[in-house]
Design a protein around this ligand. Sequence first.
Ligand SMILES: *Cc1c(COP(=O)(O)O)cnc(C)c1O
Length: 345
Amino acid sequence: MKSLEELLRPNIRDLAPYSSARNEYSGRVARVFLDANESPYNAPYNRYPDPLQTELKAAISKVKGVAVENIFLGNGSDEAIDLPYRCFTRPGIDNVVAIEPTYGMYKVCADINDVEYRPVLLNERFQLEADKILAACDEKTKIVWLCSPNNPTGNSLDRDEMMKILEEFDGIVIIDEAYSDFAKQKSFRHDIDNHPNLIVLNTMSKAWGCAAIRLGMAFAQKDIISVFNKVKYPYNVNLLTQQKALEIMKDPFDVDKWVRMLLGERSRMCDAFRLLPICKEVFPSDANFFLARMTDAQAIYDYLVERGIIVRNRTRITLCRNCLRITIGTRSENNELLAALRQYI
Ligand SMILES: *Cc1c(COP(=O)(O)O)cnc(C)c1O
């Protein structure tokens, strides 16, 4: 791997970060806060939140088995997807390589940051081929994007192929594990100690049932975490989000139950889809959704919308011709979908 100094944008490497009022005092017990131009009224909302989310990170550390110093928290994964561009890639000069098809935000953020985006096709089983990814990289490639389980395909990527990219690529490898709570495969977050170029993303938006509060995570060695902390908005995770996330992290038993129910429903739904005359293929899923190839995705999508049922039409995505992406809902929601599809003519 290249050194972090070589990989970082020069302006970020040399950046003197904003120093907030709350950053500057530390250690001593304070009683009177007249440093941040806050209102003394309307507690607790009058105070700026903890910029480094110390208490929440301690709780996440226990649940995820990752040291506090290796955790970055952001305003959804969206922030943790945008930050690496702003830290590593020089607009108009550098490029990133990503699997295709995958989650659309990697490309949107590349376009916003004026960074060349190089998609590399998965094979017909939606599997990763490390050599093809490595062949697409050159000396200006700063980041390789992997997503496992992948969206919209649903499958986990081959672990050995991912490991090969981690070991042979000399830049940053980001593995988005938004759906890892639904997968059997071991998370890459336990490999960060051995791989200084690895960033693993996670989110509260899927298995944790907290899409509304906007909390995403990045796990990496502490040098990378320090750079993210330097570049992020000082108070990027608001107080309400920190409080709500802490509450659910301290009592995650519902989440385990939700995941078990969704996995049961996923297998029931996949089996039921395979029996539908209008379904040609159900792709294997390690997530809380699955991809199904239909006879005519657009017509079936329109028919469902007409009945107030919204699925995701992926027919225009590379390799996903005539595919619908179905999120697993409650048992009764899933039954509504099946009933509608069984009446489709
Ligand atoms: C849903 C999803 C996310 C979550 O993004 P948030 O900003 O945390 O809500 C991240 N990555 C992938 C691949 C997703 O599908």
